[in-house]
Design a protein around this ligand. Structure first.
Ligand SMILES: [Zn+2]
Length: 213
């Protein structure tokens, strides 16, 4: 029997567990529940892409502006040909509503897990801090990579620093479950961590590229 993967979270759906059929794929009960508000009655009549548009209408906006998605991590997406990065409208900690930025504005990226920076790179990151600030930088730097080895994760986010006077950074959560932290050996955690790592790597690439120009 062919393996089934949820079109939203991309986790494998075990052979005998229930799932919801779409026109061109399936979604897991967890994703169904999470997005119940926007789920159409006749869920089997829509495609995965249509469903993604319902969950995150900014996708439509993105396309209407003539951009084409070349990467998508969680609800962060970008068009590398046109050098833009697009953030979801919600859960911004900064008041500014702007959601579209040039990739050239990105100068630093951090992965934050349960309020601890577990990975940091780009301008002003730990290594640079060490050089500029000496002792102080070394202390700042020492927090990086010292990951608490707890069995669960309540929050996992990517903080993207922008060279922009109105919006200094955007922080986007990939896990935000204060009440019910996610187990670290779960697929949900692994998937989220993979997404933030890949996003970080991609942005690091552009930070380096734009620095050397
Ligand atoms: Zn799912």
């Amino acid at each position: 029997m062919a393996r089934k993967y949820c079109v939203l979270c991309e986790n494998e759906i075990p052979t005998f567990s229930s799932c919801y059929k779409l026109k061109d794929g399936v979604i897991c009960p967890k994703c169904y529940k999470k997005n119940q508000k926007v789920m159409p009655m006749l869920v089997w009549r829509i495609t995965g892409e249509e469903l993604k548009d319902k969950i995150d209408p900014s996708r439509i906006n993105f396309r209407n502006h003539g951009y084409e998605e070349t990467f998508e991590f969680g609800r962060i997406k970008g068009d590398e040909n046109k050098q833009v990065i697009f953030f979801p409208d919600t859960d911004n900690e900064v008041m500014e509503n702007r959601t579209l930025f040039s990739l050239k504005e990105v100068y630093r990226v951090e992965i934050i897990e349960d309020n601890q920076t577990v990975s940091s790179g780009g301008l002003g990151a730990a290594v640079v801090g060490d050089v500029l600030l000496g002792g102080v930088g070394a202390i700042i730097g020492s927090n990086v990579g010292k990951k608490k080895s707890r069995g669960t994760c309540a929050k996992l986010s990517v903080k993207i620093y922008l060279d922009n006077p109105m919006t200094q950074y955007k922080e986007v959560y990939f896990i935000n479950e204060q009440k019910k932290p996610v187990k670290k050996d779960s697929d949900e955690y692994k998937q989220a961590y993979q997404s933030v790592s890949e996003l970080e790597a991609k942005l690091q690439y552009y930070i380096r590229k734009n620095q050397t120009k």
